[in-house]
Design a protein around this ligand. Structure first.
Ligand code: AMP
Length: 722
């Protein structure tokens, strides 16, 4: 939960959703009826056991007849058995309904162990015991990331002719003041009152409720429903509400059990100063988007002053997360890939929408969330036509994000597009959808796709004084009614002296509604109270200080602030979910161990192919070198394995890195190519090997095509070799 300072009015809190996202979403489901009735039944059984236990004790105390005591004990044992059967049923319902964490944790452990052992990633500065929330990518991790980013460039930048920029991470304060980050990019924090250790307040509450729901079988159905409700609405809690819940549940510091402070906002930006004087305050950027907004004017000119157009940036973002956890999912430095698509607010159609309109995938509109339903498959074209998705351009990007993620290897059944609830969204935002991917940690927000209207460009126009606007030239001049606000500087100067400039700017910035209301009040009362935000107070404006009118004018063009549609991709989160979705185990040939496999599509596989001689001899090694040279010349990443270990072991090693193809050199004229998932093999001539692997790795041919074109043997036969 990213929240704003406590003193900001609630309407404004809600209006700044940009700073509230970034949460790993809670499961918004009402209580499963089976779970509810099992909890009910368990509490009944528990009280029957207790009553019967008391009855047995009473019989014994009153020295009742043995047969009577024995009968009571039999009944007690029967009730205990019934209670334990319900307990087991409840435990398995909790586990299978997705709330249970046991299977998920075991699966995650297997994935993470493999990732760390094979150096997909490494905790940064490990020899110095590391720093939470910072990770290095090792060789296969770097290769996967580079493949994901190059596909991102191809799928978005190339496809839409986007303008790519690369801006600095160190950003002067004024930019982030204008964007609102300096004042509002905060999370609520609590401190251990004795040791000073910091925790994210909502995390503690979330952990408490989740643990109660998953591990405490004794809680009543009503209490379980209450915890679920808290999980669903906690993102909207004010600092006071959050603090009150923490107190009500008696939550203490997890490490020491000491009492906790009240929640208070903590700004997540890393602060720095620019230059040796230390006088220019700056921050490490928390997102890349601001770099694009501040360059809007130049990019618009570069694009021949035409809309729509999009700019994109890939780069590092920094957030000083209070308690980073969940591995690669919540870190303090991460790669963002962001698109800012600038569009005329009066025309948000998209010429290529028909390319994606027939797609069907899991969508979770806000109505379904509010009524406790789950995500369902919707046709994107219909969702836009019905207004569920606000406009075609937003719909187009939702469709393109779906194609991007599924082509990377994300399981389409575990990907959903969740619409922000009305109270999650900024008042200026037209509509927002998150691409959420299900992982062992639950549904994770990996891409945010938001129609942010003109908010960002307006904020920078106001702060910098540079008009970040676009024009539409009319074929014929148009007669329009224009609002004209003329502050009378002489009178304002006399009244406000040094503050005159602030008052003038605020008067000129009024929109039509505000100006006409002021005009009416001035005419009726001669004076009006007016809030000047740059002064932070009300001033009194008199009739002689400003003239407000509407004039008819001929206009040759329309000048407007473009709307921004922003897909924002957390690359590390996507990659981690991809690891989980591609991970599987299969028994070794002897059946004595489970082997790990990453079933990466060739597009993202860190290495496309391994080459190894079947046995160590000079002839085969020469042939291996020839193939390697050819693979390099066609740009196929590969690894040579000349260790003398058994071929089965060598295959297992490459499977664990997700290498999709293996060339085994077993003659000096022909070789076999093995496909990782089916374990099927084809035989091709030595000369053809590199080009076949290159075609299939780059998607120019499918494995089925290769299988049909060359002599082959299936996995059953191949197993004999492994
Ligand atoms: P936001 O600007 O908060 O909407 O974040 C944009 C995207 O960045 C999210 O959709 C996430 O995928 C990713 N993201 C945000 N915070 C983190 C973090 N601490 N660690 C990793 N990825 C993050």
């Amino acid at each position: 939960m990213r929240i704003l300072s406590a003193f900001i009015p609630r309407t404004l809190i809600l209006s700044l959703r940009r700073f509230q996202t970034n949460s790993i979403s809670t499961i918004r489901a009402s209580m499963d009826p089976t779970e509810q009735s099992l909890r009910q039944s368990l509490s009944e059984k528990s009280s029957s056991v207790e009553t019967q236990g008391n009855a047995v004790r009473a019989l014994k105390a009153s020295r009742a007849a043995k047969p009577e005591i024995d009968a009571a004990i039999d009944l007690l044992n029967k009730l205990k058995l019934e209670k334990s059967a319900v307990e087991k049923q409840l435990q398995s319902t909790i586990t299978s309904s997705g709330n249970g964490s046991l299977n998920r944790e075991a699966f995650r452990q297997a994935v993470v162990n493999t990732l760390e052992r094979r150096l997909f990633y490494i905790p940064s500065f490990k020899i110095y015991r590391g720093v939470a929330g910072l990770f290095d990518y090792g060789p296969p991790g770097c290769a996967v990331k580079s493949n994901v980013l190059s596909f991102w460039r191809q799928h978005f930048i190339l496809e839409e002719n986007m303008l790519e920029v690369d801006c600095p991470c160190v950003t002067p304060e004024v930019v982030l003041k204008a964007s609102g980050h300096v004042d509002k990019f905060t999370d609520l924090m609590v401190k251990d009152e004795k040791t000073g250790t910091c925790y994210r307040a909502d995390h503690l509450l979330k952990d408490y409720c989740t643990e109660k729901l998953e591990k405490d079988l004794t809680i009543s159905a009503e209490k379980a429903a209450e915890y679920k409700d808290v999980l669903a609405v906690m993102e909207d809690y004010s600092p006071e509400e959050l603090g009150a819940k923490i107190k009500e549940y008696g939550i203490t510091a997890p490490d020491t059990k000491n009492p906790l402070s009240d929640p208070y906002p903590f700004n997540l930006m890393f602060q720095t100063s620019i230059g040796p004087s230390g006088l220019i305050p700056g921050y490490m950027r928390p997102e890349t988007a601001q770099g694009i907004f501040v360059n809007f004017k130049d990019l618009y000119y570069y694009n021949g002053r035409k809309l729509p157009f999009a700019a994109a940036q890939i780069g590092q973002a920094f957030r000083n997360e209070i308690s980073p956890r969940q591995g690669l999912l919540r870190v303090r430095e991460f790669t963002l890939a962001e698109i800012e698509h600038f569009v005329d607010p009066e025309n948000k159609s998209h010429p290529k929408f028909s390319d994606v309109s027939k797609l069907e995938f899991l969508m979770f509109p806000r109505e379904e969330q509010m009524s406790g339903q789950s995500a369902k498959k919707l046709c994107l074209g219909e969702a836009v036509a019905k207004g569920t998705v606000n406009n075609e351009t937003l719909g187009y990007f939702i469709g393109r994000v779906y194609l991007f993620l599924t082509r990377l290897g994300i399981d389409k059944e575990r990907l959903r597009f969740r619409q922000h609830l009305a109270n999650e969204m900024a008042h200026y935002a037209a509509d927002c959808w998150d691409a959420e991917i299900e992982s062992s940690y639950g549904w994770i927000e990996c891409v945010g796709i938001a129609d942010r209207s003109a908010y960002d460009l307006r904020a920078h126009s106001e702060k910098s004084g540079v008009a970040l606007v676009a024009e539409e030239k009319y074929a014929e001049p148009k007669e329009v009614e224009k609002l004209v606000i003329n502050p009378v500087k002489k009178e304002l100067g006399l009244a406000f002296k040094g503050a005159q400039k602030n008052v003038v700017e605020s008067l000129e910035a009024m929109n039509e509604k505000e100006a006409m209301e002021m005009k009416a009040t001035l005419e009726s009362k001669g004076e009006v109270e007016f809030y000047v935000c740059t002064l932070g107070k009300n001033v009194s404006i008199k009739k002689n200080m400003v003239s407000i009118s509407k004039e008819k004018k001929k206009e040759h063009q329309r000048v407007f602030t473009p709307s921004v549609i922003e897909p924002s991709f957390g690359i590390g989160r996507i990659i981690y979910c991809l690891y989980e979705h591609c991970f599987s185990t299969r028994p070794s040939k002897a059946g004595d161990e489970q082997l790990n496999v990453f079933r990466f599509p060739p597009l993202v596989a860190p290495i496309k192919c391994t080459v190894f001689p079947l046995v160590q001899n000079q002839q085969f090694e020469e042939a291996t070198k020839v193939i390697s040279k050819e693979l390099t010349s066609v740009g196929i990443s590969h690894k040579i394995d000349i260790t003398g270990t058994s071929i089965g072991k060598r295959y297992a090693r490459t499977d664990e890195l997700g290498v999709p193809f293996a060339i085994t050199v077993d003659s000096d004229t022909s070789v076999t190519i093995r496909e990782r998932d089916s374990k099927d093999q084809v035989r091709v001539s030595l000369k053809e090997a590199a080009s076949v692997v290159s075609s299939v790795a780059e998607g120019k041919m499918t494995w089925q095509d290769v299988w049909a074109s060359f002599p082959h043997h299936s996995s059953a036969a191949a197993d004999d070799q492994e």
